[in-house]
Write a protein that binds this ligand. Structure first.
Ligand code: B1M
Length: 221
């Protein structure tokens, strides 16, 4: 049987913020035998990626971005259980916004992109003190710890979390990825984070490259 489903419909549905339509399309795609990974990586993520680009280029406004995020989320709801099956999982990610910072839009987009890439995501929310991050790493033993900050005044909390991971003796157990509008590569390096993500999509790609390089290095040792 030839596949009739056109993934572009999901991509466009996300871009246009069609919440119910994206849900129905994801259901249709699943019923036509398309895998949840494909629905995510070739449909939902591609759509949200385009939204991110348009937002960056001032071609979309915040309410539209949020509607698109809801549309992506409605598609994720359809495939989440199947993506979460052990065989499909890439790993676990704990993610949160630092203490004193209430911005969660970018952090939630990043969480969604990582979920779409096959991570089980534990989202701690906003305004979280270092202890909450440390306890979550101890409890969930994630491969990735994602930290977000949108204010120049709260950025230093990211470094505090890394220092507290060291003090707790668990820094080496987890890869730290940081993001947020004021964050830069230089800042990331200065606090000893492993990966800096300029945007949600690149975060997923950089994490993939990081783990690939790490496993190649451990293989050659
Ligand atoms: Co605030 N705010 N805000 N704000 N806010 C900014 C960040 C600001 C740049 C606006 C400005 O002055 N031009 C400015 C910060 C200045 C600075 O520190 N340099 C600012 C300020 C000053 C404030 C208040 C102090 C304002 C006040 O009360 N006087 C206050 C602080 C409250 C607090 O946190 N304690 C405040 C409050 C708010 C609202 C509550 C009104 C609202 C937040 C709503 C919410 O998040 N639920 C808000 C908003 C919406 C903004 C702007 C307009 C938009 C932020 C956003 O959501 N962007 C922002 C101005 C701007 O950025 N143009 C601004 C869209 C989002 C998709 O982008 O978050 O950058 P972003 O995320 C990107 C990447 O950075 C990256 O991927 C995302 C998608 O590609 N990314 C990650 C982010 N986290 C990541 C984590 C990762 C990976 C990638 O892995 C871990």
């Amino acid at each position: 049987m030839t596949m009739t489903f056109d993934m572009k419909e999901i991509v466009n549905g996300v871009i246009k913020g069609k919440i119910d339509e994206v849900k129905a399309l994801a259901e249709q795609a699943l019923s036509e035998g398309i895998s949840p990974e494909e629905i995510s990586s070739q449909g939902l993520v591609v759509g949200m990626d385009a939204v991110g680009e348009r937002w960056k280029n001032d071609e979309m406004f915040m309410p539209e971005v949020l509607r698109s995020a809801k549309a992506m989320s409605s598609g994720m709801d359809v495939i989440r259980d199947q993506l979460a099956e052990k065989d499909n999982q890439v790993g676990t990610m704990v993610i949160g916004t630092v203490e004193g910072d209430l911005h969660d839009i970018g952090k939630d987009l990043a969480a969604m992109m990582f979920e779409g890439a096959g991570y089980k995501v534990v989202n701690l929310g906003v305004d979280q003190p270092s202890e909450v991050f440390i306890e979550a790493v101890k409890e969930h033993r994630p491969q990735l710890l994602g930290i977000s900050a949108l204010l120049t005044t709260t950025m230093p909390r990211m470094g505090d979390i890394i220092n507290e991971l060291k003090e707790a003796g668990i820094r080496e157990q987890v890869t730290v990825i940081i993001g947020g509008a004021p964050v830069t590569d230089d800042f990331s390096e200065s606090i000893g984070a492993d990966i800096y993500a300029p945007n949600a999509r690149s975060g997923v790609e950089r994490a993939r490259e990081f783990f690939k390089k790490k496993s190649a290095e451990s293989g050659s040792n």
